[in-house]
Design a protein around this ligand. Structure first.
Ligand SMILES: Cc1cc2nc3c(=O)[nH]c(=O)nc-3n(C[C@H](O)[C@H](O)[C@H](O)COP(=O)(O)OP(=O)(O)OC[C@H]3O[C@@H](n4cnc5c(N)ncnc54)[C@H](O)[C@@H]3O)c2cc1C
Length: 469
C-alpha cells in the first residue's frame, strides 16, 4: 500500500480530512489535479460548527485574525453585516457561537499549513478507481504519466463535479437549477440602476461587487463572466442599459440541489461538495463539508488502526446524511424566496417581518448554523448528547482556567469529570483524555466535538464502547 487513505482533492475538505487522518495516527496521501491552489474567491466565510471544528485543532487565532477583514468585505458587498436568509439581511449574530468571515483561498492556505507532513501531489488527476475487497487503487494522470496509488480506503473530496462519485457508482439524486447567478468585482462607466428586485430577477450591487440572479436557462456558458454578458443580464433584469468597463474575480453559479444516496460504497467514501451540492445562499457549503471531514476523520483513522470495527463507518452517513439533507432543504427554500415575481415579493415581506421576532430570528440563525441538529446515536440519550459542544471554559481543582479547545488538539476524545464523578476516570481508554473540572457537569466529547454522554456510569460504559471500543 502507498498509504492508508488516498484523499482525492486538496480543496478545504480534502486538506482538513487529511490533517484529521494524520492526527489519528495513520498515513493519508492527497492527490490534486490543479498545479497550484485555486485563487477563486468562492466562499467568504465558514459557519459556527466549522469555526469550532478548526478551533478545536488550534486554528482559532488564525481564524480570528482573518475575520475582521472578511467581515469588512462582507458588509461592503452585501450592504449589511447581518446574516441573511435569501438575501433578507436580518439575522443577528450568535454572540456565544460566532462564525468566521474568511476568503476561501486564505482558508485553504491555512489548512494546507495545518496539514503539514501529509504528502500532497499536485497536477495529479484521478481518472479511474479499482476497488478490491481489501483495498482500493486510484489511477492517476500525472506529468510523468500514469501512476497508481493503492490504499485501504479512498475518499472523494473532489468537489461537486468530482469524478469519484460516478466512478464508484454513487447515485446523486436531487433537483435541477431554478436560478442562476453571475457576479464579480465590476467597474461601471456612467449611471447604474438601483440594486434590488425587479420583475425579471435581482440586481445585486454593493461596494464594487455587482451581479444578477435570474431564472436558470439551458446552455449556461462556462468560463469567466464577460462585461458584455453582465451588461446584457442587467438589461434583461432592470430594463436599463449600463456600461460595464471591467469584470474581475467573476463567478457563476446555479442552485441545483443534489445529495449522494450514500457516503460510502465499500472502501470508497465521499465528503464535502462531492457528496452534496446546493446553492451558496447563506454560506453553508463549508460548514457542511468541513464537518463531514471532522466526522469521518477520527472514525476512519480508528478503523485503519484496527481499534474499531468497520461498522463504525456506518455512523458517518447516518449522522452526516441528515445534515446534508437539512442544508438542501433550506437552500431550496431560499431559492424559492429569491425567484422573481410579485407573489414572491409578498412572501419575502412576510418572512422579513417574521425575522423581526426574536424567536424567529434565532430560528433562522440556528437553521443556517446547524447548531441545533442532533445526531442520532445507537443508544438512548437526551440532549445535549448528539449535539456539537460549544467552546467552554473549564476550571480545575486548583482554580486554573482552560478552554475546552485546549484539550482537543490531539484529536483524542475528552472525558470531562465533575467532582462527584472522578472515579469514572478509570473507565477512560487510551484515546480519551480525562479532564477534572469543578465548574460544569460531566460529559464525554468525541474527537469531532460531539457530546457523546452525560449521566451515569452504565451509560458512560456504553458510550465509550460505541465510539472508542
Ligand atoms: C460563489 C460561491 C460562493 C460560496 N460561498 C460560500 C460561503 O460563503 N461559505 C461556505 O461555506 N461555502 C460557500 N460556497 C461553497 C464552497 O465554496 C464549497 O462548499 C467548497 O469549495 C467545498 O469544498 P470541497 O473541498 O468539498 O470542494 P472543492 O473546493 O471543489 O475542492 C475539490 C478539489 O478537488 C480537486 N479535484 C477535482 N477533481 C479531481 C480529480 N479527478 N483528481 C484530483 N483532484 C480533483 C479540485 O481541483 C479541487 O481542488 C460558495 C460557493 C460558490 C460557488
Amino acid at each position: 500500500m502507498d498509504a492508508d487513505v488516498v484523499v482525492v482533492g486538496a480543496g478545504p475538505v480534502g486538506l482538513f480530512l487529511a490533517a484529521e487522518l494524520r492526527l489519528g495516527g495513520i498515513r493519508p496521501v492527497v492527490v490534486e489535479r490543479l498545479e497550484q491552489p485555486a485563487a477563486e474567491r468562492k466562499a467568504r466565510g465558514i459557519g459556527v460548527l466549522a469555526t469550532e471544528a478548526l478551533t478545536r485543532r488550534g486554528l482559532g487565532p488564525q481564524l480570528a485574525a482573518a475575520h475582521e477583514e472578511g467581515m469588512r468585505d462582507f458588509a461592503r458587498d452585501h450592504g449589511s453585516s447581518l446574516g441573511h436568509f435569501a438575501n433578507i439581511h436580518k439575522i443577528l449574530p450568535d454572540e456565544d457561537r460566532p462564525r468566521t468571515h474568511i476568503w476561501q483561498p486564505e482558508l485553504e492556505r491555512l489548512l494546507a499549513d495545518h496539514a503539514v507532513g501529509v504528502p500532497v501531489h499536485r497536477a495529479h488527476r484521478v481518472s479511474a478507481i479499482e476497488s478490491e475487497v481489501d483495498g482500493v487503487t486510484a489511477i492517476v494522470d500525472t506529468p510523468q504519466g500514469e501512476q497508481r496509488f493503492s490504499a485501504a480506503y479512498l475518499v472523494g473530496c473532489d468537489g461537486g463535479r468530482g469524478k469519484v462519485r460516478s466512478l464508484a457508482g454513487f447515485g446523486f439524486p436531487g433537483t435541477p437549477p431554478l436560478l442562476r447567478t453571475i457576479a464579480g468585482q465590476v467597474r461601471f462607466e456612467g449611471p447604474v440602476p438601483p440594486a434590488g428586485r425587479y420583475p425579471g430577477g435581482t440586481f445585486l450591487h454593493g461596494g464594487s461587487m455587482a451581479g444578477v440572479t435570474e431564472s436558470a436557462r439551458d446552455g449556461e456558458p462556462g468560463g469567466p463572466v464577460t462585461p458584455a454578458e453582465l451588461a446584457a443580464a442587467i438589461r434583461r433584469v432592470t430594463g436599463e442599459d449600463v456600461v460595464v468597463a471591467q469584470v474581475r474575480d467573476s463567478r457563476r453559479f446555479a442552485d441545483q440541489a443534489r445529495q449522494a444516496d450514500d457516503y460510502r460504497r465499500g472502501r470508497v467514501l465521499l465528503a464535502g461538495d462531492a457528496a452534496h451540492v446546493h446553492s451558496p445562499s447563506g454560506g453553508q457549503g463549508l460548514n457542511l463539508g468541513l464537518l463531514d471531514a471532522a466526522n469521518l476523520g477520527w472514525k476512519l483513522a480508528a478503523v485503519v488502526r484496527g481499534e474499531m470495527p468497520e461498522t463504525l463507518l456506518d455512523s458517518y452517513f447516518r449522522e452526516r446524511g441528515p445534515a446534508g439533507a437539512a442544508v438542501l432543504r433550506n437552500t431550496r427554500a431560499q431559492s424559492a424566496l429569491l425567484a422573481p415575481g410579485p407573489h414572491v415579493d409578498a412572501l419575502r415581506e412576510i418572512v422579513g417581518e417574521l425575522m423581526d421576532l426574536p424567536q424567529a430570528n434565532r430560528y433562522f440563525s440556528d437553521l443556517l448554523s446547524g447548531v441545533r441538529e442532533r445526531y442520532e446515536f445507537p443508544y438512548p440519550a437526551e440532549e445535549p448528547v448528539g449535539l456539537h459542544s460549544p467552546e467552554k471554559s473549564l476550571v480545575d481543582d486548583d482554580g486554573r482556567i482552560t478552554r475546552l479547545s485546549d484539550h482537543t488538539r490531539t484529536g483524542r476524545g475528552v472525558l470531562v469529570l465533575d467532582p462527584e464523578s472522578r472515579d469514572l476516570a478509570a473507565l477512560a481508554p487510551k484515546r480519551v483524555e480525562v479532564v477534572p473540572v469543578t465548574n460544569t457537569e460531566s460529559f464525554l466529547l468525541r474527537p469531532d466535538g460531539v457530546i457523546a454522554w452525560t449521566g451515569g456510569e452504565a451509560e458512560l460504559k456504553g458510550a465509550l464502547d460505541t465510539w472508542f471500543g
